[in-house]
Design a protein around this ligand. Sequence first.
Ligand code: DLL
Length: 472
Amino acid sequence: MKWFCCGSNCLPILIWNGIGRASSIALYCMSNSVVFNPASAPDFLPICQLRELQLHRLQRMVQKAYERVPFFRAKMEAKNLTPQDIQSLSDIAKLPFSTKSDLRDTYPFGLFAEPMNKVVRLHASSGTTGKPIVVGYTKEDLNVWGNAVMRGMLSIGMSSEDVVQVSYGYGLFTGGLGAHAGAESLGATVVPASGGNTHRQVMLIKDFGVTAICCTPSYFIHLIDKAQSMGIDMRELPLRYGVFGAEPWTQEMRKYIETQTNLKAYDIYGLSEIVGPGVGMDCIHQAGPHIYEDYFYPEIIDPETGEVLPDGEQGELVLTTLCKEAMPMIRYRTRDLTSLNPEPCACGRTMRRIKRISSRSDDMFIIRGVNVFPTQIETALLAIEGTLPHYQIILRREHNLDTLEVQVEINSKMASDTVSEISALEKRITKNIHQIIGINAVVKLVQPNSLQRSEGKIQRVTDLRNLLSSKN
Ligand code: DLL
C-alpha cells in the first residue's frame, strides 16, 4: 500500500497497490463533496504517477504478449521490435496496431496469452463476416472488469443502497454480465432482467423500486413508452440513474430521457475486444466518459495515416489493455471517432475523458444494441439463389424501436415469378439474416437494376433514425 496525494482537488487518499477493491473507509473529494470509495481512488491519481503506472503495466503487458502470443511476436518482429524498445509511454507508437480482422484471422483463441484452464469466461461479438470475434477472461480479468464498471457507478453517486436493473442482454454480448459485475461489486441489489419482455421490465422497475437501470438508450426510450401505455408515469418512480451505452446517442436524447423521467442519463462506453462495458464512463458531471486509464491506455490516431494525434484532436480511438491477462490487446483500432479531453474535470478525476462517440470510421452500424456489418447481410443474401449483390439497408426508428429494412434486387428470371414465390423468397432471406445477426429484418425484393449504383465507395446503409437530432 502507498499513500498518494491527489493534488489540490482531494484529501490525501489511500491507494491500492493492484486492483482496487471496495473497503469501508469513505473519503471526500473536496471539489464537489461527493463521498467516494477508496475503490475509485485510482481515478484521482496525480498525472505523473498515473503515467508511471501506465508505463510499468505497458512494459509488462508487451513482454507477455511477445512471449506468449505468436501473432503479436510476429507483428513486432516484422517491425524489428522487442519489448525492450518500450522505454517510455510515447514508444507505444512504435508498436503495430491490432484490428478486428486480426481477431477473425486467429479465430477462435489465437490471441489468448493464457492456457484454457485459466480462461474462465468467453464472450463474442460480431465480426466482419459470418464468424464472431471471441474474447476470453481469466478470473483476474473479470475482477478488473467488474471493478471498472463499479468505479463508473461510484462516480455517478450510485452505492450499495441502489436497486439496479440490468436490461442489457445477458449471454455472449458483454453488456449484461459486465453491468451485472459492476453493480454486484458495488454491493447493490441486482435485478438481472436481460433484454426483452418490455411489459415485465416496466413491472419490475415499479414493483422492485428500481433506482438505477442499465440498458441501451434506445431501449430505455421504448421502456418509457411502454410505461406510458401501462398508465405508469416514470417520473413518479424512484429511478434516479440510467447507465446507457453500447450504441451512439446524443445530447438531445439525454435531454428527452431526463425530461420524461426523474433520472440522470449517463454514458458508458466499451467494446468486447477490450473488456466490454466500462472502458470509460461519465462521472456525475456528464461531461464525457472518463477512460479508466490505469487499465486501458487511449490514443487518438488519424484513421487514414495512423499517425498519433495530440489530445483534443478528433480521430480514431485506439486502446491498449494494461492489465488484461487472457487476451492482451495492443493498440486496438476501435474505429470509433472521438477526441481525448485532458482538461481537469470538476469531479477531480485525472483520467482523460472522451467526447461522446457519434460515428465510426468503418461501416458497422448498431441496431438494438447489436453490432452489424453490411457484409453479414450480404453473406445472408448471397447464400440464396436468385438474389443479386445489389442491396440497400435502411434503418428507421418506429415507435421508438429501431427497424431494419433490406432491399434486394432479384435476377430477371426471378422477377417473373409469382407473388407467392417472391414472398417465399423474402421469408427465406429474412430467416437467413436472422440466423446470422439475430434480428428480424423486413426484406423487400426489388426489380433488377432498380437500386442506385455507386461509382466510388458504396454507401450500403441509409440511417433514417433520428436520434432526436444527430447533433452532439
Ligand atoms: O457494446 C459493450 C457495451 C455494452 C458498452 C454495454 C456499453 C454498454 P460491442 O458489442 O463489442 O461492445 O460493441 C462495441 O459499440 O466500438 C462502439 O462503436 C459502440 N459503443 C459502445 N458504447 C458506446 C457508447 C459493447 N456509449 C461498439 N456510445 C463500440 C457510442 C458505443 N457507441
